[in-house]
Design a protein. Structure first.
Length: 289
């Protein structure tokens, strides 16, 4: 069989598969392989036709017999990567997608398929390089926003991570995961009162998601402890704050950006402010009970 005839059969198999005629695509590929059993192109088409019929074992055999995989057709490449993942050949799928992205960095479906794999491997710098050219899509794509946030956070660019977390909240204002991510970043940046308020919102939005609610509540407990320690240190060092705290606790806390849970306020109410040491930091132990 000439190369042109072999190619035409592969093209026809691909055409039939794209039309949804998976059996016809399989038959076309097998006819070609009967004459040219070593054709990787035809074996790829056979594997994809079998995949579409959910005959994964046969698809695996067909693909493993191929000596090379196509790089030019990114749509086909993505389907092959999906098949490799189904076959639990993650390393090969990742290599295939990386090679495709190197050739076609602007192919959005390919980028979408590669991004979560890079994130799983904590390849944050590579993920950022992959995603930044597509950042304009972020305004309408929560999945891209989430991946960008992870990439910026993983590379230490926290200001950029916060920027995109805020965009995520704007795009999906009722998504508790978006608010939780932003709260985590706000907490990391020391915005404890702001983060506390957002964790409260997460608890309101995460109805039915006990795992997320528990995570938010644990973060609030952690914030309580951190803020109580800061309040104690500030009160020990600043008589004006200590006096204000005694006279109008809520106003004093709000003025300095503190926001405690009811449990945190209850702990604060047990502290004898007059007995706080004037040395900041020594009050921490008194506030940890």
């Amino acid at each position: 069989m000439s190369a042109s005839v072999q190619n035409s059969q592969a093209v026809e198999s691909r055409r039939l598969r794209m039309l949804g005629d998976y059996v016809g695509a399989e038959e076309q590929a097998r006819r070609g392989l009967a004459s040219v059993p070593g054709s990787s192109e035809l074996r790829v088409q056979l594997a994809l036709a079998l995949k579409c019929q959910e005959r994964l074992d046969e698809a695996r055999e067909a693909l493993q017999a191929a000596s090379s995989l196509p790089w030019s057709d990114t749509q086909e490449l993505c389907q092959l990567a999906e098949l490799l993942l189904m076959m639990e050949q993650r390393v090969d799928a990742l290599a295939l997608l990386r090679a495709g992205a190197a050739e076609q960095p602007n192919d959005w479906p390919l980028v979408q398929q590669l991004a979560p794999l890079l994130l799983e491997d904590d390849a944050h710098a590579e993920l950022l390089k992959l995603l930044e050219p597509h950042a304009a899509r972020a305004a309408s794509n929560p999945a891209l926003l989430e991946n960008l946030i992870a990439a910026y956070e993983g590379t230490g660019a926290y200001d950029r991570a916060v920027e995109y977390a805020r965009r995520w909240v704007m795009v999906a204002p009722l998504d508790p995961y978006a608010h939780f991510k932003l709260a985590e970043l706000e907490q990391r940046q020391g915005q404890m009162g702001v983060a506390m308020g957002r964790y409260r919102l997460v608890c309101e939005l995460a109805q039915g998601d006990e795992g997320l609610r528990e995570a938010a509540e644990q973060s609030m407990e952690s914030l309580d402890l951190a803020q109580l320690q800061q309040i104690a240190a500030l009160a020990a060092a600043n008589v004006v704050f200590r006096t204000h705290l005694r006279r109008d606790r809520e106003a004093a806390l709000e003025e300095h950006g503190f926001q405690l849970t009811d449990d945190g306020l209850a702990v604060l109410s047990t502290v004898d402010l007059d007995k706080l040491s004037m040395v900041p930091g020594s009050a921490d132990k008194r506030m940890s009970h």
